[in-house]
Design a binder for this molecule. Structure first.
Ligand SMILES: Cc1cc2nc3c(=O)[nH]c(=O)nc-3n(C[C@H](O)[C@H](O)[C@H](O)COP(=O)(O)O)c2cc1C
Length: 287
C-alpha cells in the first residue's frame, strides 16, 4: 500500500505534508493550527535574533500565476519560535518540527545557532540561506565563499540536526559549485527552494506590491526589488526623455526598452508582465 510516511535524518513524520517557512507560521496560534491539523509537521517563520517588522505594505499579493511578495522577514524573534518548539517537544506524542532561522549577518547567525545549540530543543533546524527580500542583504547562498565560511564555522560548534534552505540556482555551473560546498558538511537535509527573487507583477499599469527599498519608479511601472527598480527607472527615464523630445523615436525605444527589461524577468510573472508591457507600449504608440 502507498504510504506518505516520511523520514528526514532520524526524524519520522506521519506524512510528507507541511507548510513552507513564512506561510501561516508567524504566531503560536498559526503554528498550533498546523500542528493540530493532519499535516505531518510544521516549520516556523524564519526567526532572526531580534523581532523584525519587515518591509512596507502592501508586500504580498496573490496573482493569476501564483503570488508575489517582498515580506522582508517580519518575525517575532528567534526566542519566540525556539521556546514554542521546545515546549511542544516536551509533550507526549509530539510531532517533529522544523525551526527556521537566520541572522542579519554571519555573526548573528552564529549567535542564534549557539543559542539553539545551548537550548533544550532537539529537533530539526532549517538555516535559511535564501531570503530574497531583505534590503541591502544578498541571498546568502548566491555568495559561495560566504556560504562556505558560515557552514564551516557552524559545524565547528553545532551538533544538532541542521538543514539549509536554498535559493533557486539558474546556471548548471552554480548547481555544481553549490553542491561541492554542501557536500563537505553533514547536512541533515537540503530544502529547495525559496522564492525566486526580483519579481515584478503589474496590474492596471501599477505594481501589485511595494518595492523593497520603498522607492517607486514612474509611469505606473514599479519594481519590488532594487535591481529591477534600477533597470525600470532607466527604462522609464528613456520613455520620458524621448517622449518629451522625439515622439517618433520614443515610441520605438519605449517599446524596445520595455521588452528588453521584460526578457530577464522571472518565470511566474514573466508572461503577465510581457502582456502588460506590450499593452503599455501599444498605448504609447497610439498616443
Ligand atoms: C509570504 C511568504 C513569506 C515567506 N517567508 C519565508 C521565510 O520566512 N523563510 C523562508 O525560508 N522562506 C519563506 N518563504 C518562501 C517559502 O517558504 C517557499 O520556499 C516559497 O514560497 C517557494 O515555494 P512555492 O513556490 O511553493 O511558493 C516565504 C514565502 C511567502 C509566500
Amino acid at each position: 500500500m502507498v504510504s506518505t510516511h516520511t523520514t528526514i535524518g532520524s526524524f519520522d513524520f506521519d506524512n510528507c505534508l507541511m507548510n513552507a517557512a513564512g506561510v501561516y507560521c508567524m504566531t503560536r496560534d498559526e503554528l498550533a493550527a498546523i500542528d493540530h491539523s493532519e499535516a505531518g509537521s510544521f516549520v516556523t517563520k524564519t526567526g532572526t535574533l531580534e523581532e523584525r517588522a519587515g518591509n512596507p505594505q502592501p508586500r504580498y499579493a496573490d496573482t493569476k500565476l501564483g503570488s508575489i511578495n517582498s515580506m522582508g522577514l517580519p518575525n517575532l524573534g528567534i526566542s519566540y519560535y525556539l521556546d514554542y518548539v521546545t515546549e511542544l517537544q516536551k509533550q507526549p506524542d509530539s510531532k517533529n518540527h522544523f525551526l527556521s532561522l537566520v541572522g542579519m549577518s554571519p555573526e548573528e547567525t552564529h549567535t542564534i545557532l549557539k543559542m539553539v545549540e545551548a537550548s533544550e530543543y532537539q529537533g530539526l533546524v532549517e538555516l535559511n540561506l535564501s531570503c530574497p527580500n531583505v534590503p541591502g542583504k544578498p541571498q546568502i547562498a548566491y555568495d559561495f565563499e560566504t556560504t562556505n565560511q558560515i557552514l564551516s564555522e557552524v559545524f565547528s560548534y553545532f551538533t544538532k540536526p541542521l538543514g539549509i534552505k536554498l535559493p533557486p540556482y539558474f546556471d548548471i555551473v552554480h548547481f555544481d559549485q553549490a553542491a561541492a560546498i554542501f557536500n563537505k558538511y553533514p547536512l541533515t537535509f537540503v530544502n529547495c527552494i525559496n522564492s525566486i527573487g526580483n519579481g515584478l507583477v503589474i496590474e492596471d499599469e501599477t505594481v501589485v506590491i511595494k518595492p523593497k527599498m520603498a522607492l517607486e519608479a514612474s509611469v505606473g511601472i514599479t519594481s519590488n526589488q532594487q535591481r529591477w527598480l534600477m533597470s525600470m527607472l532607466f527604462t522609464n527615464g528613456l520613455i520620458h526623455l524621448f517622449k518629451l523630445s522625439e515622439p517618433a523615436v520614443s515610441k520605438q525605444v519605449a517599446m524596445l526598452s520595455s521588452i528588453f527589461s521584460v526578457v530577464p524577468a522571472w518565470f511566474k510573472s514573466g508572461q503577465l508582465f510581457i502582456k502588460k508591457a506590450l499593452k503599455f507600449s501599444n498605448a504609447l504608440l497610439k498616443s
